[in-house]
Design a protein around this ligand. Structure first.
Ligand code: BGC
Ligand code: BGC
Length: 857
C-alpha cells in the first residue's frame, strides 16, 4: 500500500483505507482537515470546482503501486512538520518561482518550496553563466531558506533546472545528443550512463532536480519539440525510461538512491504532449483513452517503477481539457491508479491556461491534483491568492496538506533537510566534472551510435582520411547549430564559439583525423575551395529552436531557400562526390538534397562532441572501418512535405523510410531517384516570420496612416505620410528605406486575420526588428489588437547607434504590459516617428534577441 493512499485516505473521510499503526499519526495530517469535514469527502467534493469535469476510465490505466515502501520515519516527520507549519508556510511549498523573477531574500520571505532556472534565466540576470556563478546562486538560496521563518520552521528549497541534454545551461558542460539521437542509438545502457554523468555535472553546480526525462511520444513531426522525444515508438520510449530515471536518481533499493551525486528526475509532460493535433505545441490531443495510455503513456509505468519522484503536467489538453486542470488524469490515473507518490509540478504558467484561471489565480489546478505550481514570474500574486483561498476554505485543507506532504516527502527522501550548503555537498564545487573527459567520451560514443545513414551510393562511405577532403555547409563549424535548442539559452541562439570551451565542431573532428592520416582538410562553408578536393562533406540543417518556436506548417526543409541544394549541386557539377550530413531536430522532406548527394547521413543534434561524426564517417589511418554505423530511425522519415498522420495512433502511414530503417556500411546504399515534385511553401508561411527582405509574407501588408484613414505603403509619396524605397542590407535591394514626411504618421504591419501570441508572450519571446536608423529615430513602437486596442512603448534614445544594421529585440511581455491583448494581434508592428525620420528595415520576426533591446522593466 502506498503512502499516497494513506494520505488521501484522510481526506476521503469516514474510514481510512489504510494502514499500519505508525501511520495513524499521518492519517489526519492536518487533523483539522478530517475534523472539519465530518463524513464529507473534500477531495471528491472539490473536484467539482476543478478545472475539468472530464472523466477517465480507471480500468484503462495500468494498476501499479508505489515501488517505494512506506518509510515510517519520513511519514512521522511529515506529520510533525505539517503540525508546525503555518498556512502561509504550506502555501509557500506549493509555489516555484523562476530565478529571473525573484531573489533569495524574497524566496525566504515567502518560504517558497522551489525555484527553477528557465531556459533563459541565469544568475545575476545574465543570458548564461559559468559553473561558479551557478553554484554561488544555489548557495545563496540555500542560505536564505536555512533561516527559519516566523513559525520557526525552515524547509530547504529545491532548485530545478532543464538539464535535458547534459547540464546544458552551464558554460563548458558536456552537451549530449538530444533525445532524438539517443533514440536512434537504441542503447538504454548508454542512456543511463549519460543520465548519471548529467546528474554529476548538475550536482557540481548545486542543483538537485532536473526536468527530465521527456517521455513524449511525438507523432507529428511538425511539433517543435520532436527532438526532445526519443522516438515515435512507445516501446522504444518505454525501454529508455527506467534507464534515465535510474541514471539520474540511482536505482531504487541501491545504496546511492538519491544520494549526493544523484538528482531528482522529472518525467514530462504528463500526458499526451506528443499527440496534439497538427503537432501544435501546447495544443490539444484528440485521442481515445486507449491511445493516450498505450502510446503517449508508455514511458510512465517503467519510470514510475524506477521510482521517479516528480512528474510535470503538460501544457497541452486532452480532448479539449487542459491537463493542468484535469483531475481524472492527475489524480485518478496518475496517483490513484498508477500509485505515484512523489509530486506533480506544473509547467511554466501552465495553470494560467485552465479555463477560469489566470497566471496568478488558479486553485483549480491544485484541486485537480497539481502539487507545485511553476509560477516563474507570477509567483507572488499566485502565492497571495492561494493563501487567501486556503484561509477561506476555497482550497480544502486536506488537499493543501496532501500536496505539501508530497513535496516534503520528496525532499526528505532526497535528504535535503540534512544536506549542507550546495557547495559543501559531495560533488558541490567539483568543477572538473563540468565537461569531464569521461563525460565527453560518453557523449562522443552517443554521437557515433546516433548516426543514421539513408544513402551511400557506390559505397562512398566510409571515406579514407588520406585524401583531400572539403568540409562545407554552414553547419560544419558551428557548435550552437549542432547542439540545437536548450543550449545555454532557451532557443539555443545568441551564443558564441567561446561559450563552448572543450567542445569540438564537426569540422574540427574531421580535420584532426584527416591531418593525422596525412590527408588534407579544407573548410569552406560556401564550398568555394582553394584546392580541388577528392570528396566533400557538406554539413547543413535546421537552425536551433525550442518549443513552439520550432513548430512547422510543413516538413519542407528551408522552404524558399535553396542555398544548400545549390551548394551540393555545384560541387557535384564539378565532379566532386558529396556526403551530406544533416543536422536537425526531426526528419524533414529534402528529397532534392538527398537526390543530389552521393551519401546522406542524419546526424540529429549531436551536441558538443562533433568529433563523433568523423569517428564513423572516416576510416582509420590503416584503411579499416573504425566504428560500424548502428543508428536506426526512431522516427519515420516523410515522403512528402505534407504527410498525413493518420496511421495507427497518429503515425505517418506512408513514410519514405520507416522507423527502424538505417543502412550499414555493408548494405547496398544506392537509392532510386526520389520524387522531387511538391508544392514548396513560400518563406514566411512558417510561423513567426512576418517581413522578409522588407516584404510582408502572405497575410500581412504595410499600411500607412492613423485613426480611421489608412492606405497601402507606396513608393516615396510624400502625401501618404510615410514613403518607401528599396535599399540594401545583406543583398541588393533586400530592405525598405522608410521616410516619415509627416509627424504622427504611423507605419503599420497589418494582418488579414488576428493572431494569437499568448504562448509566445508567456514564453518571453521577443519581437525582433532588423533595421538601421538612417536619420533620427522612431518615437514609439507598438503592437495592435484592433480598434482602440494597442500597446505602445517609447523608443529610447540610447538603444541603437545610427547608421549600422542591428537586430532590436522587444519582449512581447512589454507590449502586454503596455496594454495590448496578445490573444488577438492584428498589427504586428507599428512605428510612429517624427517628420524626416529615415530608417531601413529588412526583417520582422519572433525569436530571442541577444543584442540591442527595448526594455520595459
Ligand atoms: C517547458 C518545460 C520546461 C519548463 C521550464 C516549459 O516551457 O515546457 O519542458 O521544463 O519550461 O523551463
Ligand atoms: C523560459 C523557458 C520556458 C519558456 C516557456 C522561456 O522564457 O526561459 O524555460 O520553457 O519560456 O514557454
Amino acid at each position: 500500500m502506498s503512502k499516497s493512499e494513506s494520505v488521501t485516505g484522510c481526506g476521503r473521510g469516514a474510514r481510512p483505507r489504510v494502514i499500519g499503526p505508525v501511520l495513524a499519526a499521518t492519517l489526519c495530517l492536518g487533523a483539522s482537515a478530517c475534523a472539519g469535514t465530518p463524513g464529507a469527502d473534500p477531495v471528491a467534493a472539490s473536484a467539482a470546482q476543478a478545472g475539468s469535469q472530464a472523466q477517465i476510465d480507471p480500468q484503462s490505466w495500468p494498476a501499479l503501486a508505489s515501488p517505494m515502501p512506506v518509510d515510517d520515519a519520513i511519514e512521522t516527520r511529515i506529520a510533525g512538520l505539517l503540525r508546525s507549519m503555518s498556512v502561509a508556510d504550506k502555501v509557500g511549498q506549493l509555489v516555484q518561482a523562476d530565478i529571473g523573477s525573484i531573489t533569495p531574500e524574497q524566496a525566504a520571505q515567502y518560504r517558497l518550496g522551489s525555484v527553477l532556472a528557465g531556459g533563459n534565466s541565469a544568475p545575476d540576470g545574465k543570458a548564461y553563466a559559468t559553473a561558479e556563478e551557478w553554484l554561488a546562486l544555489a548557495d545563496a538560496y540555500h542560505a536564505a531558506l536555512a533561516v527559519p521563518g516566523e513559525s520557526g520552521v525552515a524547509i530547504p528549497l529545491l532548485f530545478g533546472i532543464d538539464a535535458v541534454h547534459g547540464h546544458n545551461n552551464v558554460i563548458g558542460a558536456t552537451l549530449f545528443p538530444h533525445n532524438i539521437g539517443l533514440g536512434a542509438g537504441r542503447n538504454p545502457d548508454l542512456v543511463g550512463r549519460i543520465a548519471e554523468a548529467t546528474a554529476r555535472e548538475i550536482r557540481a553546480t548545486g542543483m538537485e532536480w532536473t526536468f527530465a526525462p521527456t517521455l513524449a511520444v511525438p507523432r507529428d513531426l511538425r511539433w517543435g519539440r520532436t527532438y526532445e522525444g526519443y522516438g515515435q515508438d512507445p516501446a522504444l520510449v518505454a525501454s529508455f525510461a527506467a534507464a534515465v530515471v535510474e541514471g539520474l536518481q540511482g536505482a531504487l533499493g541501491a545504496e546511492d538512491f538519491l544520494a549526493g551525486h544523484r538528482v531528482l528526475a522529472g518525467a514530462k509532460h504528463f500526458l499526451g504532449d506528443g499527440g496534439t493535433v497538427d503537432g501544435k505545441d501546447q495544443g490539444d490531443a484528440r485521442l481515445d483513452e486507449r491511445t493516450l495510455v498505450a502510446v503517449h503513456g508508455a514511458g510512465y509505468p517503467p519510470a514510475l517503477a524506477a521510482g521517479v519522484q516528480t512528474v510535470m503536467a503538460s501544457f497541452s489538453s486532452w480532448n479539449g481539457e487542459k491537463i493542468h486542470g484535469h483531475h481524472g488524469l492527475l489524480t485518478t490515473a496518475l496517483r490513484e491508479r498508477m500509485g505515484f507518490d512523489g509530486f506533480v509540478v506544473g509547467d511554466w504558467n501552465g495553470h494560467g491556461q485552465v479555463p477560469g484561471c489566470s497566471n496568478v489565480d488558479c486553485p483549480q489546478s491544485l484541486i485537480a491534483g497539481l502539487d507545485m505550481y511553476m509560477a516563474p514570474d507570477s509567483w507572488q500574486g499566485l502565492f497571495e491568492n492561494l493563501l487567501a483561498q486556503a484561509k477561506s476554505g476555497a482550497i480544502p485543507p486536506a488537499r493543501l496538506d496532501e500536496a505539501v506532504a508530497r513535496i516534503l516527502r520528496v525532499k526528505l527522501r532526497l535528504g535535503l533537510f540534512e544536506a549542507p550548503a550546495p557547495s559543501q555537498r559531495p560533488l558541490g564545487g567539483r568543477f572538473d566534472l563540468i565537461g569531464h573527459a569521461d563525460h565527453r567520451a560518453l557523449a562522443r560514443q552517443a554521437v557515433r551510435e546516433s548516426l543514421v545513414m539513408l544513402k551511400n551510393a557506390g559505397g562512398l562511405l566510409p571515406l579514407s582520411p588520406g585524401q583531400r577532403i572539403l568540409v562545407a555547409g554552414d553547419g560544419a563549424d558551428d557548435i550552437a547549430r549542432q547542439s540545437g535548442g536548450w543550449t545555454l539559452t532557451w532557443q539555443g541562439t545568441g551564443t558564441r564559439r567561446a561559450d563552448f570551451p572543450g567542445a569540438t565542431s564537426i569540422w574540427e573532428g574531421i580535420r584532426a583525423d584527416v591531418e593525422a592520416a596525412g590527408g588534407r582538410a579544407e573548410l569552406a562553408p560556401d564550398g568555394r575551395h582553394a584546392e580541388r578536393p577528392d570528396v566533400a562533406i557538406v554539413v547543413i540543417g535546421e537552425e536551433p529552436y525550442a518549443e513552439f518556436q520550432g513548430d512547422l506548417a510543413t516538413l519542407a526543409y528551408r522552404p524558399g531557400d535553396d542555398r544548400d541544394l545549390a551548394l551540393i549541386r555545384r560541387l557535384r557539377a564539378e565532379g566532386i562526390p558529396v556526403v551530406t550530413v544533416f543536422l536537425s531536430g526531426r526528419p524533414l522532406w529534402l528529397n532534392r538534397e538527398i537526390n543530389a548527394s552521393d551519401a546522406f547521413v542524419a546526424a540529429w543534434l549531436p551536441g558538443s562532441e562533433g568529433a563523433g561524426i568523423a569517428d564513423v564517417l572516416l576510416r582509420g589511418a590503416d584503411g579499416g572501418i573504425r566504428h560500424p554505423l548502428r543508428g536506426r530511425l526512431s522516427f519515420a522519415w516523410p515522403r512528402t512535405p505534407t504527410p498525413v498522420f493518420d496511421g495507427p495512433g497518429g503515425l505517418d502511414a506512408d513514410p519514405l523510410f520507416p522507423i527502424g530503417h538505417g543502412l550499414g556500411f555493408d548494405d547496398d546504399g544506392d537509392l532510386p531517384i526520389l520524387d522531387e515534385s511538391s508544392e514548396l511553401v513560400a518563406p514566411g508561411a512558417e510561423a513567426g516570420i512576418f517581413v522578409v527582405r522588407g516584404a510582408p509574407v502572405p497575410g500581412w501588408r504595410w499600411q500607412v496612416g492613423g485613426g480611421e484613414s489608412w492606405t497601402a505603403l507606396g513608393t516615396d509619396d510624400a502625401s501618404a505620410g510615410v514613403g518607401a524605397q528599396r535599399t540594401d542590407h545583406a543583398a541588393q535591394e533586400d530592405a525598405l528605406r522608410l521616410t516619415w514626411h509627416d509627424a504622427g504618421a504611423v507605419l503599420a504591419l497589418q494582418g488579414d486575420q488576428p493572431v494569437d501570441l499568448r504562448r509566445e508572450t508567456n514564453g518571453d519571446v521577443d519581437l525582433l526588428l532588423t533595421l538601421r536608423l538612417d536619420r533620427a529615430r522612431p518615437a514609439r513602437v507598438g503592437l495592435g489588437c484592433g480598434e482602440a486596442c494597442a500597446g505602445w512603448l517609447d523608443w529610447p534614445a540610447a538603444v541603437l547607434p545610427g547608421g549600422a544594421w542591428h537586430q532590436v529585440a522587444i519582449s512581447l511581455k512589454c507590449f502586454e504590459s503596455a496594454g495590448v491583448d496578445p490573444g488577438r494581434i492584428e498589427t504586428m508592428l507599428a512605428l510612429d516617428a517624427p517628420a524626416s525620420t529615415v530608417l531601413s528595415l529588412s526583417r520582422v520576426e519572433l525569436g530571442t534577441g541577444s543584442g540591442a533591446r527595448i526594455d520595459c522593466r
